[in-house]
Design a protein around this ligand. Sequence first.
Ligand code: GRF
Length: 202
Amino acid sequence: KRLVVLVSGSGTNLQALLDEIAAVGAEAYGAEIVAVGADREHIEGLARAERAGLPTFVRKVKDYDSRDEWDAALAETVSAHEPDLVVSAGFMKIVGKEFLSRFGGRFVNTHPALLPSFPGAHGVRDALAYGAKVTGCTVHFVDDGVDTGPIIAQGVVEVRDEDDESALHERIKEIERRLLVEVVGRIARSGYRIEGRKVVIQ
Ligand code: GRF
């Protein structure tokens, strides 16, 4: 299976996928990353892709006259790589209807909270501020909402009294990276069905 991965930041989730595929081989893993895209330049996620010798692309909202034109351009660029699965690994933009019409049902996102709790761009901070005792991460299919698509897998992380946002986020990311690697490999190797809100992996 062909993967395109979208990033906006440090790219440690991307790195976890790259490391796993390098360790076991694309054949055994069931997928290979064919390109990495971002919504901004000069991020470690792109540097990680370049170090792995992968094609990269950047599509910035401000370079387009409208959000829809950005969405269409992103969809077109991703399509050119003929992905079977698109993975948002810390991609911090909400895609639009053109992107979803092409990739809905095969676009996976990872979120650093236990959805439906704490969706959006500050899930770690919100869980901490709320006083949650456990939080975690969620791998889900992207639908037309914000972090609202069918859940594939979740991992639980305890919140510690001394946690600040970055300490808690780092601990979540340790679980999140393993969950993403496991889930992407499973759905690449064995296929899946989405029945309403339920995801069934064969
Ligand atoms: C991840 O925790 C992701 O869930 C969130 O941002 C973080 C990205 O981390 N949206 P990285 O860029 O993969 O290191």
